[in-house]
Design a protein around this ligand. Sequence first.
Ligand code: CAP
Ligand code: MG
Length: 472
Amino acid sequence: MKELVSSLNPKQQAYVNLELDDPRCGEYLLAVFHMIPGKNLNVLQAAAEVAAESSTGTNFKVKTETPFSKRMNALVYKLDLEKDLVWIAYPWRLFDRGGNIQNILTYVVGNVLGMKQVSALKMLDVWFPPAMLEQYDGPSYTIDDMRKYLNVFDRPILGTIIKPKMGLTSAEYAEVCYDFWVGGGDFVKNDEPQANQDFCPYDKMVKHVKEAMDKVVKKTGHKKVHSFNVSAPDFDTMIERCELIRNAGFEPGSYAFLIDGITAGWMAVQTLRRKYPDVFIHFHRAAHGAFTRPENPLGFSVLVLSKFARLAGASGIHTGTAGVGKMAGTPEEDIIAAHNIQYFKSMGHFFDQSWATIPEENEDALKMTKEDKAHKMILIDDSWRGLKKCCPIISGGLNPTLLKPFIDVMGNTDFITTMGAGCHAHPAGTKAGATALVQACEAYKKGVDIHKYAKKHRELAQAIEFFEKKKK
Ligand code: CAP
Ligand code: MG
């Protein structure tokens, strides 16, 4: 290590402190990157260049530095030469006051992803100090609120995405919603590209969904939720869509706002969270693969994306099916991400993150939080500034036969699942698809194998026959 340190030029030296005495002192956001140096730099030189470019520096030492500006330098404080890992501490006073997520990401996974000095740079984990959590919104309306509205507890909230992904008229779209809800489903979402297409005008889609929802609530006596995609070309139009929904007669709790958080951006996510704290903010992560897929050496992990979504105040974010469904993903990646946004305190890939500032001397509270993984007691009205939980939304290639396999990997049922083809490809259609999903969930709760349960539940039997045959 000595040779590495002696190889640093004066500028690089200002961004390295391998003796940083207490990175978790509360002054720093901490990050771990997988990094491969580029441009014939050694690992410490490249890491120092990353720390410089992602905080106060550039490619040369500038004459305009001041003693204070140097205190804002990010610092490389640890290396793992075997695993090509770099730990960087960011003085969080660097960041825009008032809780701005896009600002942080512009630093830590902004220009640095384009630097010649690295050939690989992926942020694998991030740690937010308690004092920093005070500055950020965190979720407001959570899955617990949605459970109360739906009167659904101790099982996943069962949802679908209307398919075909696009091309239905607003009336046809609402009919499919009706069929899913009347089949027993709780939650319907727009697909991620749904917007104001000429064949399905936004206002008509909202109107028809409201009619379908009223009809099915009257028929079944059960509340339902629809998550409307409010992503739009500009903020005014996004707000217009939100207001259209709120003025369409939906009762509070019966609608969520879906935002394509990567393509619409973090400002849209935070605008929705701040303007509509009484609404479930549903973060769809379309395009995240460009940053998160393991084949991609540049970007950030699903865990990092999910932790920032909780910090931003998303009520829920898609966290992947851990390889059970159609999308790339693994238990190591997807389940760790899900637990880190669900629980009060969780171990990530490198950091143990607590999401509230409970005084360490308050042993009872700490003990209670360790036991209270589902936040039944904590953070709702407690005086500690805690970030409420964010709900994993589990989707992508799932069908009723995969519900239990996923729950077994997840280790809990405190999530929303949305199955598109898994319901609408059912041989007997959407209503039967929804009923098959409900039956698969009933079987799980009763601890009965679905093949046994299907003997007396036709829709589930048809789903097994269809989806298990397809798998072969
Ligand atoms: C799923 C889905 C979701 C993906 C998103 C789709 O449809 O609607 O957008 O699940 O992936 O368009 O593919 P199916 P992730 O149920 O028919 O697969 O949740 O991994 O972000
Ligand atoms: Mg989709």
